[in-house]
Ligand binder design. Structure first.
Ligand code: HEM
Length: 285
């Protein structure tokens, strides 16, 4: 792929760093609800799964027993379900009612396309030193994978969770063996989600060289022109060409927001990694 010629946005009027909006306030709030409820569900689901482990018994004793743990699990589940339904409603509204372009297909869509397959192969070749670094659009292939993993996980984990919760109701439609199977499905899919988010998602998003030690954009909503050009040169070039770049101009995140984001981000990563270690202890105990 030929190298893109990018005009340096900083040269026009000043040498000050320019910032561009990547995520709206609503998207950042949605991510905040998603990761706090996910952490809450993992922190309450894992002790139930590994209830024989010393740490699960200690944790349960600390919050008032396994009954309290299940109560908290259900509370987080309701909040996450509401957030998920709001998200689905918004996507459908933007795509079907407002007929916004680029929701279901194209360079700004979350739906994977042929270019993602090519970028993934190119990335593997680059990892092996067999080709140049591929250039990415608004969402890279692994970001789409993360999105759909959560989407799919919500449907499978959510449905199986509610089937356990309201088993007498679901027994009207599901055979007995299916009601037993939902526990296995819920448990295994949740374990997969925990392992995936707390290892691959953390590494992909925060620990790769161009984001290390943490990518702040999901907290602050903005990224510098340097980051924008480095990480998503195809999106930058497209916006430059269509004249949309100016519309994306944002302001530098205030210091309190950067510091707050760091505290929240590192706390989430710390809880996630702790849960990952406890999961491994529980698994091999
Ligand atoms: C809408 C979402 C969810 C609902 C409605 C839900 C509901 C439930 C219910 C009712 C139980 C059964 C507890 C019992 O009576 O034994 C359970 C167990 C569990 N949940 Fe969830 N849950 C949800 C999401 C999650 C998520 C996102 C995770 C992981 C991050 C998770 C992890 C677990 C685990 C590990 C167990 C224990 C399963 C076992 O005993 O092997 N859940 N959940």
């Amino acid at each position: 792929m030929p190298e893109l010629e990018l005009v340096d946005a900083t040269t026009e009027s000043s040498t000050k760093t320019r910032y561009y909006v990547r995520f709206t306030r609503e998207q950042r709030y949605m991510h905040a609800v998603l990761f706090t409820t996910f952490l809450g569900l993992a922190a309450t689901g894992l002790p139930m799964r590994f209830s024989q482990s010393f740490w699960a018994r200690e944790l349960a004793a600390g919050v008032g027993g396994f009954g309290a743990i299940l109560f908290l699990h259900k509370f987080f589940a309701i909040v996450l379900t509401i957030a998920f339904l709001i998200h689905v409603k918004e996507v459908l509204e933007r795509g079907l009612v407002n007929r916004e372009k680029g929701i279901f297909w194209g360079s700004t869509s979350m739906v994977p396309n042929w270019n993602d397959a090519k970028a993934m192969v190119g990335h593997m070749r680059w990892f092996l030193g067999l080709g140049p670094k591929p250039q990415f659009e608004r969402y890279a292939y692994w970001e789409k994978f993360d999105y759909w993993a959560v989407f799919w996980g919500m449907i499978v984990i959510g449905f199986s969770g509610y089937a356990m919760w309201f088993a007498p109701f679901f027994a009207h439609f599901l055979p007995g063996w299916a009601l037993n199977a939902v526990l296995v499905i819920h448990s295994e899919e949740a374990l997969l989600a925990v392992l995936f988010i707390f290892s691959i998602h953390f590494v992909n998003t925060h620990l790769r060289p161009d984001s290390f030690p943490m990518d702040m954009v999901i907290f602050t909503g903005v990224e510098s022109d340097h980051e924008f050009k480095e990480k998503r040169p195809l999106e930058y070039a497209r916006n430059l060409k269509t004249g949309d770049l100016e519309k994306k101009t944002g302001i530098a995140p205030p210091l309190w927001l950067v510091n707050f984001s760091k505290v929240v981000g590192y706390t989430a990563i710390f809880i996630g990694l702790t849960l990952l270690v406890l999961t491994l202890i529980g698994y091999f105990d």
